[in-house]
Design a protein around this ligand. Sequence first.
Ligand code: GLA
Length: 728
Amino acid sequence: MIACDAQTNLFTISTRRTTYQMKADRHRVLLHTYYGPRVDGADLSYLIRYADRGFSPNPNEVGDERDYSLDTLPQEYSTCGVGDFRLPCVEFEPPDGSRLADLRYTGYERRPGKYALPGLPAFFGGAEEWETLVIFLEDAAAGMLVELYYGVQEDCDLITRAVRVVNRGRETVRLRRCASLCLDFQRGDLDFITFDGCHVMERCLNRTPLRPGIQSVESVRGTSSHHHNPFVILCEPEAGEEWGLCYGAMLVYSGNFQAAAERTQLENNRLLLGINPYHFCWTLEPGESFTAPEAALICSPDGFARMSCQFHRALRRHLIRDPYQGERRPVLINNWEATEFDFDAEKLVDIARGATGLGIEMFVMDDGWFGARDTDRSGLGDWSVNQKKLPGGLEALVPRIQALGLQFGLWVEPEMVSERSQLYQDHPDWTLGAPHRPQTRGRSQLVLDFSRPEVRAHIYQALRRILDSADIAYLKWDMNRSLSDVWSAAAPAGRQGEIFHRYVLGVYEVLDRLRQDYPRLLIEGCSGGGGRFDAGMLYYTPQIWCSDNTDAVDRLRIQYGTSFCYPVSTVGAHVSAVPNAQTGRTTDMATRGVAAMPGTFGYEMDLRWCTPEERETIRRQVAFFKEHYALIQTGDYYRLSDPFRNGTYTAWAHVSQDRREVLVCLVTGSTHAAQPFQTLRLRGLEGSARYRADSGQIFTGDALMHAGCPIPLLPGDYQAVQIYFRAE
Ligand code: GLA
């Protein structure tokens, strides 16, 4: 619910459990008064205190009112260079070279439903579920209008934010920064939680108390990156899964981002989230506008579990689009780890044949099927079938796969080009790279300049030709290097600061066109695994390959971090062969299955070489996954242990929305003699309900939540167990 008081300029947003409030004061400065547990019917601006603080200057119009400073007041969208020395949201550079921004409130609008952002991914929904508030601010001297958008989805406690900047003046203005979200807290004792790592070890949770100054995570790689995720949490120091106030903030964007938290002189905090100002400069001619990507906030008054469940619901219902919002995704087999580049049609058909009779529904042909692609040093950009490997092309191969009862899926890496390719020979200037400098290679490849319409048109047509040539149900859209040497041959010098963002917009545009042309095509995002695992991509690709690390034990950590924001249905996870290619570790097939099930589920191995016992295990795994698909994919997901702290086991549970069904999953660590008994306290059950375990034993919900669920002794390293409960 949005309440606007035009007399007092007080704006109160209420969701089921939270309240968000701001107020334009007598100087028309938009102050942030409160965000936290729900407080009804109150003007919370009494929380804002005024005092004369040394070296905190005063706006001209307040005269000698020295206790009024932008530097000390909580701002809704912070200004730049006019007295607030904390993190600025926006910075305007008119032709005179000044780089300031001074914003004052001019009005508001309420709209039914959720606003949309043309060309950008965004949460969506109709008037029955969403409301929009738009607040107008202006910088009169620069002639700039700033529109702050708030989308409110009460059930999920979700507040989305976006910003549109319009040049209303007569001069060209360069926009030097434009954050999507600013959140001022009138308290200092907060922890900052980020999800960091590297290729093959993404989204590991790091938690640190905020200290004076700025702490930030960011990407300058052109993608959201393996290294830091555009999702962060601020929380009370004592916050845990079940208690404590926490705020999750997510950027719905796949390019360079910055998430910065600043602890100020007054021991308050500011959180800023948006496009990274690094190498960003957008020219706005009179009448032109710029829209910053969407950010989304969820506050949970009682811990991370609720925050995550709410993010999961919000993403599933309001970001993932049809038909894959509700439809079951196929259990697939992918040939990459089994063959890498070394295959031909016969081998692939054999591998696919090995997957029959197990309940697997799709075969995905990974990298190596096109151009001169026998290694990862050549071929990218030449999107026509390698006839030596696949005589007769996809037209011949796909029906053979389908005859085995499997759908067909295909790997592509459309944003890239190898120097050893026809495309590069024809269009060397279609790559990113500055004049008179040799280009930096990554995985021996260069990056196509997706900011250019002719490059996008060429790739789009190439993809269409492939998709029209055979019955292809799925694409794995990969992206295997970071952007460097970012300079476009098609843009003038003054516009080079737009290329990083224009690249991302270009990727979104091609993905969106494909979605319109092939509405049933399932696209799985990938960037060397989880290098672009963000809500922006999820708007176009409802699932993303979570990590190139398929080791079951490492995956539990990666999936743990991922689960704080992203729902199970978005997490690409497969069972792969042992010893694992990344770690050399050997785990049981059963354990690998349990570890891959909180995801889209599939296999990444040559099933021809499995023993009859392993095949039986796989058959049972697939049947189990399908039987409990709705529970796993749409149930609430509860972390029951922290794999970074608990070496004994990693546990989680899926609880159906009606709380009638529960699936508890646990994987042990390396074993020791004289194992202690483990009892696992569950979450999110109906206290008075009676739950029957698959063993037949009956427990009350309260007993399982407060006293715990007994876990059998599991001798051996990395053993797994799943326990299914149904309420009677
Ligand atoms: C990336 C992907 C892998 C695989 C290879 C193919 O690393 O993450 O799954 O598709 O590319 O080159």
